[in-house]
Design a protein around this ligand. Structure first.
Ligand code: SF4
Length: 414
């Protein structure tokens, strides 16, 4: 089959290379199909580029990856699904080929997004574990369910195919290559679409081989695409040890969650070129040990000369403003390099926080955005502390930033 894989993500502050699509392209090619990746990130005319690819490549099927439904920020929110729905219709109406959608955004509401887009099939979760069977069935004319559950093949060799991704343009525009050490997250944060997602680790030697490939092309600055690097301490240590033994001289930045660390991990991270950690923190019903872990992670990062930025989500139902003041004082005492605060919680159908809020009618007054969309496809946020009030609390302390007030991500701001 001729399989055309599309990246419609045109977010460019900074642009993010579609690593999931690269891995999928590698698996599709390995199965003997002809695959072409069409990256629309820098396209001036998406439909002209699609038509050119369709006429020269003659695809039997189009796969579209969806990273986010919207920009997730309340202020100046950008909604992406409408444009993606138009792309789906373009393929179906003009070329009459089936369209499969997938990507991280699908976990918000796989069935709802499939219906909204009008695609033929949706793969929710990692597509590499199911794509062989799906393409084989379609090729034989056998029926395939509209909604398919994806999975990751544990310790599968990385089959990443970067053809079609213009890395020189990405880096010129401020993007950097990424790599993954695992999929999934065992934590249960009530607001996160990665919560309780099955975890599968990649072989450290395979990851190092992947990074080596990029360094040979002249890239030495990387972003870790794991949900949180320290999902498993032993695996994080094994990866850092393999990276150190490779002798590569790179810089990399990563996300961590409170827990699963020791001093050796911080030493190895420093020795292998980690220059920035973003620590994910929230205020939802925490035990005191949670805050102990945060304190020690910030301390260890600073003593190892690694910058540390905190992404802090707060303003959950039933929290009072005394808790917010306590958290701000906590960060003022620890002095991480930066604390990005978000008090607007994006609600998705699949989230635990959505179920908590929907059970209590007294919380309805805190809903903002497209509150008439019960499916929560169009952005709806829960908010108790608006940005004006937040500004009063943080004052002019330079470590605090209100999320969304400026464009970019932590590594571009650092
Ligand atoms: S630890 Fe991070 S990735 Fe995991 S569920 Fe919580 S916010 Fe999501």
């Amino acid at each position: 089959m001729n399989v055309l894989l599309l990246n419609p993500n045109r977010f460019r502050t900074p642009p993010a290379p579609p690593i999931g699509l690269e891995v999928l392209a590698g698996h599709v090619a390995q199965d003997g199909h002809s695959v072409r990746v069409l990256d629309l990130c820098f396209s001036d005319d998406m439909y002209a580029d699609i038509d050119r690819a369709a006429e020269t490549f003659r695809p039997d099927l189009a796969g579209i990856t969806i990273r986010n439904i919207d920009s997730v920020l309340y202020e100046n929110n950008e909604f992406y699904l409408e444009e993606i729905g138009q792309l789906v219709m373009h393929f179906r109406n003009k070329y009459g080929i089936p369209v499969i959608v997938g990507g991280a955004a699908l976990s918000a509401d796989p069935a709802g997004i499939l219906e909204y887009l009008g695609a033929d099939h949706a793969i929710a979760g990692p597509a590499e574990g199911v794509i062989t069977e799906v393409l084989s069935s379609l090729q034989k004319g056998q029926s395939v369910p509209r909604l398919i559950r994806g999975f990751y093949k544990p310790y599968s060799r990385s089959l990443r195919c970067t053809a079609g991704i213009d890395y020189p343009v990405y880096t010129r525009e401020g993007g950097i290559p990424g790599f993954e050490t695992h999929k999934g997250c065992s934590s249960s944060c009530v607001y996160c679409l990665e919560a309780d997602a099955p975890v599968a680790f990649k072989n450290p030697e395979d990851i190092v081989r992947e990074i080596t490939w990029f360094t040979k092309k002249g890239y030495n600055h990387f972003h870790l695409c794991d949900p949180e690097f320290n999902e498993d301490l032993d695996h994080a240590l094994s990866f850092c040890t393999a990276l150190k033994q490779s002798g590569m001289n790179i810089l990399w930045t990563l996300y961590m969650k409170p827990g699963n660390y020791n001093q050796k991990l911080f030493r190895l991270m420093r020795e292998t070129g980690v220059y920035l950690i973003t620590l994910t923190v929230d205020s939802f019903k925490k035990c005191p040990l949670y805050w102990d872990d945060i304190e020690k992670i910030i301390f260890n990062a600073k003593t190892n000369g690694i910058k540390i930025s905190v992404d802090f989500l707060t303003g959950f139902p039933y929290e009072d403003e005394e808790l917010l003041k306590w958290c701000l004082d906590f960060f003022r005492r620890l002095q991480p390099d930066r604390v990005n605060i978000n008090t607007y919680i994006r609600l998705y159908k699949a989230l635990t926080i959505t179920r908590i809020i929907s059970k209590d009618p007294s919380l309805a007054s805190c809903l903002k955005g497209n509150t008439d969309d019960d499916a929560l496809i169009h952005p709806v946020f829960f908010n108790r502390i608006d940005n004006d009030k937040l500004r009063q609390y943080i004052g002019d302390d330079p470590i605090f930033r209100i999320d969304g007030a400026e464009k970019g991500v932590n590594y571009t701001r650092s």
